[in-house]
Design a protein around this ligand. Structure first.
Ligand SMILES: [Zn+2]
Length: 53
């Protein structure tokens, strides 16, 4: 299985977002700035994945 440069825009990268409820940093996975997976904060707040249009 070859991993080339072209895989980069498909590979989710971890990014920190600040929870609007408790102010904690939450790690979300993004591809090109788009959240691709729901992330749940310790306080229960959920950062929803961005919907594809
Ligand atoms: Zn929180």
């Amino acid at each position: 299985m070859a991993i080339g440069c072209e895989d980069q825009h498909k590979t989710p990268v971890p990014e920190e977002r600040t929870c609007p409820v408790c102010g904690k940093d939450i790690e979300v996975f993004v591809v090109k700035g788009r959240v691709v997976e729901d992330a749940v904060c310790d306080c229960g707040y959920v950062i929803k994945a961005d919907e594809a249009e």
